[in-house]
Design a protein around this ligand. Sequence first.
Ligand code: ADP
Ligand code: MG
Length: 323
Amino acid sequence: MNEESRRKIRVWTALLVLVLGGVVLFAFRDSRPETRYYRHQGYVFGTYYNIRYEAAEDLEERILQRLDEFDASLSTFNPHSTISVLNQGRDTVWDAYFSAMYATAQEVNNLSHGAFDITVAPLVNAWGFGFTNRETVTPELIDSLRKVKNVLDASAIAKGQACDVIAELLRDNGSDNYLVDIGGEVVLHGHNDQGEPWRVGITKPEDDTTGQKAEIQEVIASTDLCMATSGNYRQFYYENGIRRSHTIDPRTGYPVNHNLLSATIVATSCMRADALATACMVLGADSAMMLIESLPDTECYLICAGEKEAASLIVIRSKGFHF
Ligand code: ADP
Ligand code: MG
């Protein structure tokens, strides 16, 4: 082959590579599916959900199916769920949701020295905040119920876990931008449909058993967050002038009664944040802050009742709570 033929081959090869490259690029651009933002709202686990995400297709059916699967594992209101069957004293296979819940519940139980305890179920029920009718509470009843350790209540951890589960489903379906809010527990990632970081509010803790009032105390903007809030301002009643709230101190058997009104936790998973938020409500502001400051990648925002003026609030943040 002479020099001229070699040159021609090189030119033709270069042209071919360019054309093929163009075709591949074009095909790739065209094969990328169109995405849009979806929003689904409804009721689950006795509370609301609000799920927003960017995806190439509507994932509502898959989300509802996942929530059903979750309910069939951890809902104490579903008599056939894994947790209910266990509570009825019948043998059952631990499913993956139950096992994950149990492991984190144990961990937070240890970290909080028993303040968080899913075996608190019989006490929650007796005080009228559980899945059976309220009972007439006497010190003797409390003592006997504190010894019952084989009835479990995952209410203080399951909503957060459900947020993690739905976020995972969205990620697995190619979504990078989503916000999952189940009853105030939140997992979010990326940006909203305006291309801005997602914004979520921390509710002002005002007495409100209707759950309708929701004045915002503080707005958090973020592109990557797992956050849960526990409060004593929605689930409570008065009995002979004494306020009884739904956070029970397992160490005494009585509802807690201190000036911490709500605890918002940011953690590495929403399941962990949810359990820690309840633990903090049991511990009270000082011990709660000590616990949270001792944990890596975990922050808190505590709202306490002020002492001087009625209805005044005091906010305490952990050192790394900057959002
Ligand atoms: P919310 O998000 O509704 O404010 P939490 O996450 O704090 O609530 O969960 C409150 C529920 O947790 C109670 O209604 C009760 O079922 C259960 N619970 C109460 N006290 C404890 C406790 N010390 N440890 C674990 N679960 C608890
Ligand atoms: Mg909780």
